[in-house]
Design a protein. Structure first.
Length: 327
């Protein structure tokens, strides 16, 4: 499971000292209701307590999703070693922490966000964090306000496009791509609406000449049709405070997310492979997979009687790339 780094857990615990958990739970519930109603964070994240409630409820899941995406980026581009990061719509800085874990040689970070409370909390959390995050360049501004950020090797926008009017999203993605010299990673909630934002970004990036690394194994039209949508899941542990925020009893959470990783043509990448689009289904006869490949959607079954292939297939999960030798 993707657990928060020890330094980040400790920093969050320090922020929670002396703070009423019941009050934070009420604030977190209010924020969740606003998001479900299609509202952005600006109307509900007003101060230190609001952003702390948000962090307690959402930072672990955002970190876990970004960590999963960056692990796939590192797998697909093993020689990519970014030095400079732009975290666009940085919020609590969760994506930056995940990037620093994936690429320890990261040297600098730029945080761009319209919310002063988010930026303030992110800086406090990072005081004892990775070196690249201890003194970031902090830019307060809206992603739709135009290019006001530096070019960087790695650009990430996690759970940020949802805050932008639909008509402006393609333009924002274009601006982020213009400032990207290596990889651009977009992460959105794993909902039909989140997937639609990824689809819009995908088309804009293909038109701009980007090389898609994941999850798509091709640059053709997406073969999925409504009500189906492309999304994945990552499991993360819940702390006692996290359980209280969620009103939950299960000690883990499955965060569903949609994502896209795009690369500049100069970034060396591994060959694309079909992607497992749903949890594999095991039966007495074998294991059935739903795949997205260069030719579109595929259904493949690995028979139990083919013991070597079946052993390999048992290790595959939702979101994994299909290995060429496990056909």
């Amino acid at each position: 499971m993707n657990e928060l780094p020890a330094a980040l857990r400790a920093a969050l615990a320090r922020e929670l000292e002396g703070v009423s958990r019941k009050d934070l739970a009420v604030r977190a519930a209010r924020t969740s209701e606003a998001y479900r109603a299609g509202k952005g964070s600006a109307g509900v994240i007003q101060g230190r307590e609001d952003v702390l409630a948000y962090a307690l409820a959402r930072l672990p899941a955002t970190y876990a999703a970004c960590a999963a995406v960056f692990a796939e980026a590192a797998r697909m581009a093993p020689g990519f070693a970014p030095k400079r990061l732009l975290d666009a719509g940085s919020g609590t800085g969760a994506a930056s922490w995940a990037a620093a874990q994936a690429w320890p040689r990261l040297a600098s970070a730029t945080w761009l966000d319209a919310s002063a409370p988010f930026l303030d909390l992110a800086q406090r959390l990072a005081v004892a964090g990775p070196a690249a995050l201890r003194a970031p360049e902090v830019l307060r501004g809206d992603l739709t306000s135009g290019r006001g950020w530096p070019n960087t090797d790695l650009v990430v926008a996690s759970y940020a496009l949802a805050e932008i009017p639909a008509a402006a999203q393609a333009g924002v993605v274009g601006a982020l791509w213009a400032g990207c010299e290596g990889l651009l990673a977009l992460v959105e909630p794993g909902t039909p609406a989140g997937f639609q934002r990824i689809l819009t970004a995908r088309q804009a990036l293909i038109s701009a000449g980007a090389d898609l690394l994941a999850p798509c194994p091709h640059a053709e039209a997406c073969p999925l049709a409504s009500p189906d949508w492309c999304h994945f899941a990552v499991r993360l542990p819940r702390s006692r405070d996290h359980l209280m925020m969620k009103g939950a009893e299960v000690p883990f959470e499955d965060e569903k997310f949609a994502y896209l990783i795009a690369a500049r043509p100069g970034v060396a990448a591994a060959p694309r492979s079909p992607r497992v689009l749903a949890p594999p289904r095991a039966s007495k006869g074998g294991i059935a997979f739903k795949l997205c490949g260069p030719e579109g959607l595929e259904a493949r079954t690995v028979a139990r009687r083919d013991k070597p292939a079946h052993a390999r297939a048992r290790r595959l999960g939702w979101g994994d790339a299909w290995p060429p030798d496990a056909t």
